[in-house]
Design a protein around this ligand. Structure first.
Ligand code: PMP
Length: 369
């Protein structure tokens, strides 16, 4: 169904102007790409068969786990480095410094190796040794530091900033408030989704860590469709954004936590700020619903996905049900389950989190660890 052109050609022509406005380089069929960075983006859009049949909608997931570093964050990593190069903050042989415990660090490590930069990572020392080891084997210099609040000057983000200031030819890429992150999705993810659906997209739903993905894709889809495409935030427990949006802009204090790593936010980042008012709504997704969807995506679609992807899928199903049959709703499949398998498929961990009961009996065969 996706190959049918749902918009008339005059409309398509005018939309091309929006692509030009954002400097979008749409990929042409090509035999090879140049290095790691050339392999970032242009991921497939996967139709989730069972959920589409169940809802009578087209539910489509952007396969960001197929990026060469394994997650949606490869796009932001490339853009923050390119931005620093363009601004003259990073010259050959320079150093990138970032505060991150997750996918951004992995994306940056690959991008930095590929472009010949050094990478320094600060992270809270509560993170697993596995993450530290992976970043080190990808060539990064890693500093685990005490896990203190953002307000404390010893917080890992501030330490990363100070480290970059002490070095010559170095940049703190600052993924949360550096809008080159949002631009990655405005110039690549958003246009890819529009083209892969031939403009036949009614809604987009996704969760937020830095906000880059949601903000960039929202801005592009709103502009290209003259506001027709509806966009929604999906939020885990312990994040303040859902209540911020549904209360009309009241920011409450952050409490609670979620099993969905990499998402949830306690403030309106600079990446979110320009676009948060464009959103049509927000959905809260419990950990029970996210973990159930991890098992359903595996069983029904053969998709081995991390919890943030499955929170996105659960929220997208809800949006599809609200909009009604015949709508096309797109979301982001952020990364695979590989880095989280020892938790997501462990009976002990599920039991500790009180999530065993969220797994339907016929799916318990996947609890193998
Ligand atoms: N899912 C995962 C697994 C992530 O690591 C991240 C980034 N922290 C996100 C989702 C959210 O992406 P963004 O930073 O663009 O909001």
């Amino acid at each position: 169904r996706l190959t049918t052109t749902a918009v008339n050609s005059a409309e398509v022509a005018s939309k091309a102007d929006i692509s030009n406005q954002y400097g979008v380089q749409l990929a042409k069929a090509q035999g090879h790409v140049n290095g790691f960075v050339g392999a970032i983006g242009n991921t497939p859009l996967i139709r989730l068969k069972r959920l589409s049949d169940e809802t009578g909608c087209e539910i489509l997931g952007k396969a960001e786990f197929q990026n060469p570093g394994g997650s949606v964050k490869d796009r932001a990593a490339l853009y923050v480095v390119k931005d620093a190069e363009e601004k003259g903050q990073l010259r050959p042989g320079g150093t990138v410094v970032e505060g991150t415990a997750g996918n951004t660090g992995i994306g940056l490590a690959h991008v930095c190796r590929s472009k010949g930069y050094q990478l320094v990572i600060y992270m809270p020392n509560t993170q697993s040794q596995g993450k530290v080891d992976l970043l080190r084997l990808l060539g990064a210099e890693v500093y685990p530091v005490p896990a203190v609040a953002f307000e404390n000057p010893e917080n890992y983000n501030h330490q990363a900033k100070r480290h970059a200031e002490r070095l010559e030819n170095a940049v703190w890429t600052n993924q949360f408030d550096n809008i080159a992150n949002r631009r990655a999705h405005l110039e690549t993810t958003g246009p890819e989704i529009w083209n892969q659906t031939d403009g036949k997209i009614d809604a987009f739903t996704c969760a937020t860590g830095t906000g880059g993905t949601l903000a960039g894709v929202t801005r592009y889809l709103k502009d290209v469709s003259d506001g027709r495409v509806r966009t929604f935030l999906a939020d885990p427990p312990g994040s303040v954004l859902h209540s911020y949006i549904t209360s009309g802009g009241q920011l409450k204090e952050r409490t609670g936590s979620s099993i969905t790593e990499g998402i949830g936010q306690g403030r309106i980042t600079d990446n979110l700020k320009p676009d948060i008012d464009l959103l049509d709504g927000a959905l809260h997704v419990s950990d029970e619903r996210s973990i159930e969807m991890v098992y359903r995506c595996l069983d029904e679609e053969g998709l081995y996905l991390g919890a943030s992807s499955c929170l996105n899928v659960a929220a997208t199903k809800e949006v599809a049900e609200k909009l009604g049959q015949g709508n096309t709703v797109v979301t982001i499949l952020c990364d695979g389950a590989y880095r989280y398998a020892d938790r997501l498929f462990s009976r002990t961990w599920l039991s500790d989190k009180n999530l065993l009961r969220a797994i339907p009996a016929h799916l318990s065969k996947y609890i193998v660890l």
